[in-house]
Design a protein around this ligand. Sequence first.
Ligand SMILES: Cc1cc2nc3c(=O)[nH]c(=O)nc-3n(C[C@H](O)[C@H](O)[C@H](O)COP(=O)(O)OP(=O)(O)OC[C@H]3O[C@@H](n4cnc5c(N)ncnc54)[C@H](O)[C@@H]3O)c2cc1C
Length: 400
Amino acid sequence: MSSVIVIGGGASGLLAAISAKQHHADVLILERNTKLGKKILATGNGRCNFTNVDATEMHYNHPYFVRPVFEQMSPKKTLQLFEQFGITPKIEDEGKTYPLSEQASSIVDVLIYEIERLNIPVKYDAYVTSIKKQDVFEIELQHGERLKADRVILATGGLAMPKSGSDGTGYQLAQSCGHTMTPIFPALVKLELNSPHLKALDGVKFPGTVELIHDGHPVQTETGDVLFTKYGISGPTILQISRKANQLLQEGQSVFINVILVNGPNQRDVAKRFSQLKDRSVEMSLIGLINKRIIHPLLKEVHIDPHVMVKDLSKDKMNTLQQHLFGWSFPIVGSKDFDDAQVTAGGITIDEVNPQTLESKKVAGLYFCGEILDIDGLCGGYNLQWAWSSGFVAGKYASR
Ligand SMILES: Cc1cc2nc3c(=O)[nH]c(=O)nc-3n(C[C@H](O)[C@H](O)[C@H](O)COP(=O)(O)OP(=O)(O)OC[C@H]3O[C@@H](n4cnc5c(N)ncnc54)[C@H](O)[C@@H]3O)c2cc1C
């Protein structure tokens, strides 16, 4: 029986350990925390959006690398596995899937149950500081203890939410084995905007559409809840565009967000509305169309006196107002950091890893799974799905 050490008891590491044991390896999990699956508890606002039934490789940054992994452990197979574990799925809009209990702790509970049922030992407070390979792997823990294994699975996550345990040391461990990294940056994260109106807009939430603008063209459009904050903008729509926005910012590009304030009626409908309400003040004419708290900052932005009558607005002013209703543009200047991000974009270079087995091409017997790799997906259950699938595949091959 080959001995496998899994470094990291998060989503991908737990599946890797279960899979390696199911494939008859002698497995040990090393986890720096005193508990397993700490980050899982925070997922899906405590409900754990643990997969997406519509997930395909196309929902990730490198589809060609995800495909062979999904061919072996598809979202459908993952769902079946979790059902065997005892999780009844609740499928919501856009394929997002939660445990019917709506408790992220259910996912952690069934995984721990499985780890215990399979007699997989877990070493807690086991902060790995070095990995070396001669004929076997030698792993050193922070307090000096040394452990040996035939195979190692690196499942230490990325840098998102470091207080959950994923503080990025996994990258250094991989680099010490000769691996390289692509630049990392926070993804699925709130964005910072440059605007004098943020203080007034702070806390305004409304259903809208947002467009990410680069080079004058929309490069991504999302519809749903939008939330202004004192530093910028947040909400599910923003998390979805944040990856592309941050990537472009990293490349030194200028990016803007167009916030479409009117959801539903088109420009002609709104023009008709203004002509019907021409005897009202501009402020009053906007009530019932957009969130009331947006009206004053918006009118300030377009230099229109809120008390002026609609019929007294110049054609130019009316055009400017209408343009802003259908796309108020803000420069994006940054994002919140890894503490607030759901996922890390970038990571261990995938060209150095076999996509079929997830084994390192540099060090035989070293495997990777989860967020440590340069793979990330959209918000909606895709990142955990990658953690489960990649964990399962890494565990399977590490046990051979
Ligand atoms: C707030 C939040 C909400 C999220 N919601 C969702 C969601 O609803 N759906 C979804 O699909 N995705 C969600 N995600 C993303 C998802 O949780 C991650 O992509 C996934 O957990 C990554 O799994 P992982 O195993 O690679 O890493 P992690 O889950 O981060 O696990 C890594 C583990 O390794 C341990 N570790 C790290 N370094 C060492 C070391 N040197 N020695 C020993 N142990 C170490 C850590 O303590 C940790 O337990 C969310 C993320 C966050 C932060």
